[in-house]
Ligand binder design. Structure first.
Ligand SMILES: Cc1ncc(C[n+]2csc(CCOP(=O)(O)OP(=O)(O)O)c2C)c(N)n1
Length: 561
């Protein structure tokens, strides 16, 4: 069958279950846009910024079984999208970005908005696939999805010259490659079972690859619970993956996020075995490579991650397994727990008690604005068992992890590597994907005006996120770092912000606007926000700057304005 490249690309995307593409239009790929519109088989979500489109695609990549898809124009469009690629690359999030390019006859001339994508994207994508032959267009899509979704998942860019779309070809639609799942070797499983049986104080980290497995098989959650209970093990969800295990489950051993509170990390460091089930062991999770220590861990380490390039890249594990963490879990459950597993009950109980103490909903009122703890605790009361929470990057996020006891079934989305700007677009995507379900987006005043314009996309497509803005009139995180590192110097100068009335700002986009100025307004303001349901809501919280995070206060408060 002869068809245009544009049509072949559209059918190839359909063959990969693509039903939604996030884009900012560009003349460089107009041939594809018009073919997609004509075919009308998927929704084009037209965004306000390419990074917004990229973060929405990243959210899709985390909410389903396939890579999310974004489509951006050449040069400036792609340059805007870079932060989303950087984030997806670090976060191991599957994503396919379709990118326009100059006409083939002009390659290499530095024609209008031309860029050498292989050079530009070499450290933010798994691969850059340039399509210069019409016959390879469909194969390129199939390869892009396969690479984005397998091994360590990540973003793949497909580069499409402006003049290729109207070419015709007889090439068939390349079908989706089957998912390749590696299981554990029998010998490795024997060793792991033996190490787990002997350990008195094992610590089990669960991370992103386990969550990815859960997208394909929701039995992951129940299996994790049975593993924890039968094998008597403390389970520790890692940075920005809190939904893997119920925070109140008696086997919850603590959240292994950014800078684990001293009381908890002190206990964790008494472990005699560390098993990382689907956690990559990033800088953040490893507490800046101190637990475990890099490159030689201070305790026996078992690292399970579905990519041999990653296992052993930073840490030398005693046992490395390049396979699906859920497959390991299932195989261990089949073997059955060691007879004396109960010997670890005290260890599990101690960790859990320390974790529960840290989660206690306690805070002190602050004089210079609302303690954000009060807002987050109130939201926790309203969150449905299937709610989605998204978070931008900033210190307001520490309150989320301290005061929301996440449960299996809830969804948490954020840039794991901490890119600002992800909170709003991820909430828009989550709300589009899960209509009628609660979506709460947290952001600071900094992040709100960095990517907050995507609230226009929410309004345009009927998404209904509740947007909670913690307005402490500063880039608070950086003020804190400055205060901690250079305590003798003024710390506010480089971080102060003057903000609009965010409730009014939200109303101008068609959202409901609510303002919370004092702690006494928290309960009513949050209840009103959750009652809206039919349109986006912006809750402007005038928060304390003195309460710099959920764990820290400025003590030199006299230096605050
Ligand atoms: C795109 C991007 N730019 C800069 C940073 C560095 N950074 C991390 S947190 C932060 C401040 C965030 O401020 P705000 O959104 O107001 O939240 P707060 O920390 O005050 O709670 C900055 C600038 C980043 N992580 N990402």
């Amino acid at each position: 069958m002869t068809r245009t490249v544009a049509r072949l690309l559209a059918e190839s995307l359909e063959a990969h279950d693509v039903d939604q593409i996030y884009c900012v239009p560009g003349e460089s790929y107009i041939g594809l846009t018009s073919a997609l519109i004509e075919r009308n088989s998927m929704r084009l979500v037209v965004c306000r910024h390419e990074a917004g489109a990229g973060f929405m695609a990243a959210a899709d990549g985390r909410l389903g079984t396939r890579a999310g898809v974004a489509m951006v124009s050449r040069g400036p469009g792609l340059s805007n999208a870079l932060v989303s690629l950087h984030s997806a690359y670090h976060d191991a999030t599957p994503m396919v970005m379709l990118v326009g390019q100059v006409e083939r006859k002009d390659f290499g001339r530095l024609a209008l908005q031309e860029q050498n994508y292989s050079r530009l994207l070499s450290d933010v994508t798994k691969q850059v696939i340039e399509v210069n032959e019409p016959e390879q267009a469909s194969e390129a899509i199939a390869r892009a999805f396969h690479l984005a979704e397998s091994g360590t998942p990540g973003p793949v860019a497909v580069i499409l010259p402006e003049d290729i779309f109207d070419d015709t070809t007889d090439a068939p639609v390349d079908r989706a490659r089957p998912r390749v799942v590696a299981g554990p070797r029998a010998d490795d499983l024997d060793r792991l079972a033996d190490m787990l049986a002997k350990a008195e104080r094992p610590l089990i980290l669960v991370g992103g690859a386990m969550l990815a497995d859960a997208m394909h098989d929701s039995a992951v959650f129940g299996d994790l619970n049975r593993f924890a209970e039968q094998w008597v093990l403390p389970i520790c969800p890692t940075h920005r993956r809190p939904q893997l295990f119920d925070a109140t489950h008696p086997n919850y051993g603590g959240y292994m996020g950014i800078r684990v509170p001293p009381a908890l990390i002190l206990e964790m460091k008494k472990a005699d075995l560390l098993v990382s089930l689907g956690e990559r062991l990033t800088d953040t999770v490893s507490q800046s490579y101190s637990f475990p220590t890099a490159p030689q861990p201070q305790l026996p380490l078992v690292h399970v991650w579905p990519d041999a390039n990653e296992v052993g890249r930073v840490f030398r594990p005693d046992l490395g397994m390049a396979c699906s963490p859920h497959e390991v879990l299932k195989a261990l459950l089949k073997r059955g727990a060691p007879k004396d597993a109960a010997k670890r009950q005290g260890w599990v109980d101690t960790l859990h008690a320390t974790h529960r103490k840290l989660l206690a909903k306690e805070w002190e009122p602050t004089k210079d604005g609302v303690n954000f703890a009060a807002v987050v605790c109130e939201i926790d009361k309203h969150l449905a068992p299937d709610a989605t929470v998204t978070s931008d990057a900033g210190n307001f996020g520490s309150f989320i992890h301290r005061y929301i006891g996440f449960r299996q079934g809830q969804i948490f989305l954020a840039s794991v590597v901490g890119a600002m700007g992800s909170g709003m677009p991820m909430a828009v995507a989550a709300s589009l994907r899960r209509p009628g379900k609660q979506v709460v987006a947290f952001m600071g005043d900094g992040g709100a005006l960095m990517m907050g314009n995507e609230i226009a996309t929410a309004a345009q497509y009927g998404a209904t996120p509740i947007v909670i803005i913690s307005d402490n009139a500063m880039y608070g995180t950086i003020g804190m770092h400055s205060y901690v590192r250079y305590p003798e110097r003024p710390f506010m100068a480089g971080t102060k912000l003057t903000n609009p009335d965010f409730a009014q700002w939200g109303r101008l986009f068609g959202a409901e606007g609510i303002t919370i100025r004092t702690e006494s307004e928290v309960a009513d303001g949050i209840a009103r926000a959750f009652a809206v349901k039919t349109k986006p809501v912006v809750v402007h919280c005038l928060t304390s700057a003195i309460q710099m995070s959920a764990w820290r206060k400025y003590t030199r408060a006299e230096t605050l304005p």
